[in-house]
Design a protein around this ligand. Structure first.
Ligand code: PEP
Length: 266
């Protein structure tokens, strides 16, 4: 009886596989070709949620080409003001009208190279949700923070500051991605046990401030060198609800294998 209850709770959450194209590919033609390949390769899947996040200049072509498929489009960043004198920025209403449904917020590369703070991340989440974009909020510690044993403090601060003052309803339209900085683009993946431990911790943080149902339903993705050959081992853990994939999402073949790993667990 107990086992059945646990399984039902687990099945309430889907698997979400999101691809972060970062500053790739260099031309619109290559972006178009990647979308075509994704459309073909991802057509057989019917259960996992799939999101691709191209650079801004490829958003509209991705939306057009992938219309009518189960693939949703996300952006990689946004600014918290809707409009105004903010040269070089892009806003939530602009992304929404381009056809985006998701937006990555607080990726470690934004925090590191563009000095984004937890406060900035919070403002961006509010702006995204004001325009019905689902934020994929990235958190994660550096290698030095892990080695000095403060990784949970760092992640707790990132999560609590990002979600400060948010309503239960807002939390239902938000995804968290745990991405240990030392595992991003390095080929080093967190072990499934390390990832699961942090995901369980993040879920417990949600439970401290929100209801059990919000915490149970929160999608928490793992990101950091996810590849076809390690995806299943990561995704089969109870608190790992999907993956945010960088390098491996630039090949439709490897991205679709990661989607397959998620789909087979549903
Ligand atoms: C990422 O960019 O979010 C990421 C996890 O990259 P990679 O899969 O290349 O480590």
């Amino acid at each position: 009886m107990q086992v059945e209850l646990i399984d039902k709770t687990y099945n309430m959450r889907n698997k979400l596989i999101a691809g972060n194209w970062k500053l790739n590919p260099a031309t619109s033609d290559s972006a178009l070709e990647l979308c075509r390949q994704l459309k073909l390769r991802l057509a057989p899947f019917s259960k996992a949620k799939i999101v691709v996040c191209p650079p801004f200049t490829a958003l509209c072509l991705a939306v057009d080409l992938l219309k009518g498929t189960r693939i949703s489009i996300g952006a990689q960043n946004l600014y918290w003001e809707d409009s105004g004198a903010y040269t070089g920025e892009i806003s939530a209403p602009m992304l929404k009208s381009a056809g985006c449904e998701y937006v990555i917020i607080g990726h470690s590369e934004r925090r590191l190279f563009f000095h984004e703070t937890n406060e900035n991340v919070h403002h961006k989440i509010i702006a995204a949700q004001r325009h019905n974009l689902i934020p994929i909020v990235c958190v994660g510690e550096t290698l030095q923070q892990r080695e000095s044993g403060v990784m949970k403090d760092v992640v707790m601060e990132q999560v609590t500051e990002a979600l400060r003052g948010m309503s239960e309803q807002a939390l239902q339209n938000l995804v968290i991605a745990y991405e240990p900085v030392w595992a991003i683009g390095t080929g080093k993946t967190a072990t499934p046990a390390q990832a699961e431990e942090m995901h369980e911790f993040i879920r417990s943080l949600i439970l401290e401030d929100f209801t059990k149902s919000v915490s149970d339903q929160m999608l928490i993705l793992y990101g950091g060198s996810v590849k076809p050959d390690n995806a299943r081992d990561l995704l089969q853990n109870t608190n790992i609800d999907g993956a945010l994939v960088g390098g491996a999402c630039l090949s439709a073949e490897s991205f679709s294998e990661i989607v397959r790993a998620g789909e087979e667990l549903l």
